[in-house]
Design a protein around this ligand. Structure first.
Ligand code: F6R
Length: 365
């Protein structure tokens, strides 16, 4: 079943262009260049606020979705991890939409949060990979990802498929709220359609990432930095690394470094900087230079333009990504952070598909 791959995780990483294309196919009408969601018995036009709830990697997909929903639809979005949402008496406006994101559809805290939101009069939308799951059954609006069964405990293809669905959802909410013209919707559809090819181009750097993995494998701590939608990608990179390689890793918003974490920096703590060229690039690079000035060893993930602009012989390594539209940056940059965690874990000899202490579906609270 693993085919030519050594691990399920590797197979699932490489499947992503295909399953993201498959998922997009159910949400985009390519002829009309429009976004299409399943039929629903309410309109997003009437939704005053969206509350997103999830755990782990699915939560990071939710973080990216918050940027998109606010940017395109100008709708207020609240975001929480399920185990916190349940116990903090959230204020939920009548008629609000509560959006739950889950690969398994069975995560106990997310499911309990869903039931709580329903009891509080929220409409329930669910982005889920297992169509027969509890969450799928309890949704008012079911938005399936078409990643196929995910076997590796570390979520990879389910995550990028979640991002694909969430981008389509953001465009649809924006259309229904009159915040997006037909032409702008066509543009979004066009950019999303480019994601599978961009992900393929990212996968082509697998060999470079494998070569640099030993540099990271000997670290005890690793930091990941990003800004804007690259911040959740930093969090996701750190989570992937810690769960499969057992190296301590944290993701930070690049601008937060100087408020504390920069004290951790020395030549033994590699810092992975996620910085595609674009409006946020210079700010993030200046945070990167603050790290370098303190002896920090940086791995920069960017496109050719960004790598040229930030060229510096103090860089430990670089990972080159294709130049892509900002909308599909999270889909594209998920690949190098997944591959880095994968190759570091392989270099360390840990059990990539079945990391210690973890279960694929967390059905305890
Ligand atoms: C990380 C990972 C977990 C899950 C989390 C939520 O690689 O797999 O953090 O994302 O347990 O699971 P689902 O999405 O099934 O609700």
């Amino acid at each position: 079943e693993k085919g030519n791959h050594r691990h399920y995780m590797q197979k699932e990483i490489f499947e992503q262009p295909l399953v993201v294309a498959q998922t997009l196919q159910s949400y985009l009408r390519s002829y009309e260049q429009q976004v299409a969601l399943p039929d629903m018995d309410f309109s997003f036009a009437d939704v005053p606020r969206i509350t997103i709830v999830a755990c782990g990697t699915s939560f990071y997909a939710g973080m990216v979705a918050k940027y998109w929903l606010e940017q395109f639809a100008r709708v207020p979005v609240e975001l929480d991890i399920a185990s916190e949402f349940r116990y903090r008496q959230p204020v939920l406006e009548a008629g609000g939409l509560a959006l739950f994101i889950s690969q398994s559809g069975e995560t106990a805290d997310t499911l309990a949060a869903l039931r709580h939101a329903r009891a509080e009069g929220q409409r329930i939308a669910v982005v889920v990979n297992v169509p027969t799951s509890s969450m799928a059954r309890e949704a008012d609006l079911l938005l399936p990802t078409r990643a196929g069964p995910e076997i590796g405990v570390a979520s990879t293809k389910a995550f990028t498929c979640q991002l694909a669905v969430l981008a389509a959802l953001a465009a649809k909410v924006a259309r229904d709220k009159g915040r997006l013209t037909e032409a702008e919707e066509r543009e979004i559809v066009g950019h999303l359609s480019e994601a599978p090819a961009a992900m393929n181009a990212a996968l082509a750097h697998d060999g470079d990432i494998e070569k640099m993995a030993p540099l990271i494998a000997r670290a005890r701590d690793v930091l990941y930095l990003g800004r804007g939608p690259d911040y959740p990608m930093a969090m996701e990179g750190a989570l992937k690394l810690k769960e499969i390689s057992y190296i301590h890793a944290e993701g930070y918003a690049a601008g937060e470094m100087k408020h504390g974490p920069i004290a951790l920096i020395d030549e033994h703590v590699p810092v992975i900087v996620i910085a595609p060229s674009g409006p946020l690039f210079e700010k993030t690079v200046s945070n990167m230079q603050e790290v370098q000035a303190r002896g920090g060893k940086v791995v920069l993930i960017s496109d050719a333009e960004g790598l040229a602009a930030a060229a510096d012989d103090r860089l430990l390594a670089t990972i080159e990504m294709p130049k892509v539209h900002p909308l599909i940056v999270p889909l594209t940059y998920a690949i190098p952070v997944q591959l880095l965690a994968y190759h570091v874990a392989v270099a360390k000899g840990t059990d990539v598909d079945q990391p210690r202490n973890l279960a694929k579906s967390v059905t305890v609270e």
